[in-house]
Design a protein. Sequence first.
Length: 425
Amino acid sequence: MLDRARYLLKKYYGYTGFRAGQEWIIENILEKRDVLAIMPTGSGKSICYQLPALIFPGISIVISPLISLMKDQVDILKENGIPATFLNSSLKATEAKRRLEKLERGEYKLLYIAPERLKTPGFNGIFGRLELSMITVDEAHCISEWGHDFRPAYLYIGDLVQKLEKRPVLTAFTATATPEVREDIIKQLKLQNPRIYLGGFDRRNLSFIVKRGLNKDRFLLDYLERQPGVSGIIYTATRQETDRVYRFLSARGYSVGRYHAGLSARERSFTQNAFLADTLKIIVATNAFGMGIDKPDVRYVIHYNMPGSIEAYYQEAGRAGRDGKEAECILLYSPEDRGIQEFLIEESSENIERKRQRLKQLKSMLDYCFTDKCLRAFILCYFGEESISPACGNCSNCFSTYELKDLTGSLRLFFSRISNPGKRR
């Protein structure tokens, strides 16, 4: 069946060979083994489940967390001549009914749905009438309470699969998962003797930079002046900050758009499409933007505010340099950033254990901002991967130069003056 997969790879995608890991994953899926694959952003994970879906009989279902993500995937598949569709809340009832009828007639090979759709009345009954060969869980870290994008609806998937009369192949894919999250994905999805692929987390073309204690607006202006006509993303922690930075840059003549969940679907869609078409060069956004965006030439990702976890940071930073060329990932830290993240955690409606986990993740993010060790090695260690070298030579800590001095005597004098304030030299 691998020969068939290679033929379809060329026919529908135009590639003559697989990328690292793809062939191994596809072979295991075609042999009807459950698979968990951890693959870095830009490594072509979608091909790993789309090709088997074309070879398997019947329909394959892809569970995806975002409406915009599944629409983009389906649009690309249809352009390539692959029969695919999606069902989500953006569709009118008549259109959803039409797609369901075509689905039952076997006119699609791939169906994209949100996890919440699985629990809607009547949808479960459809499964019993379909020839269901495979269920793929995309962005599988969302199933884990220890991950950074936990979605409670994902927890329903494992039980649903167990209830099916004929169990399909179950596959799960994500770009960011610590060892703890990987174990939780396997447990929650009830994967059976899964084959696990760890594609590595290292993106050698990305340069990691942390800057503390500076005027962020001034930095942005200075940086963007040196990046004329270059595509980039600026992430902020809140919608209000997104709007402010957007107005700040727009007033200075930059080709900039904004994206957050408080904007209309029409404005978000326009901004996203304009960015992909290069009519907008800069996007200022919250974490609502970027998942599944296949724009290869993003040359920088700037975090105007510190995010709440290493997982969130690395996923967002990883949207830079997907073409394999050099790109910069810059984090601008200020003490206020910690307060913002603690406030967001406290205001969430999550249980105490979940809040405790998020505070633990925030602590790791703060450690990253203040470490004097290699930033790349810090990230790789966090995800359970050993760094090849303690110094990558391509992060702000590695290419900074420090002059080491023994200040023991000066510190002793300083502390002695504190403890004896009345004493003068």
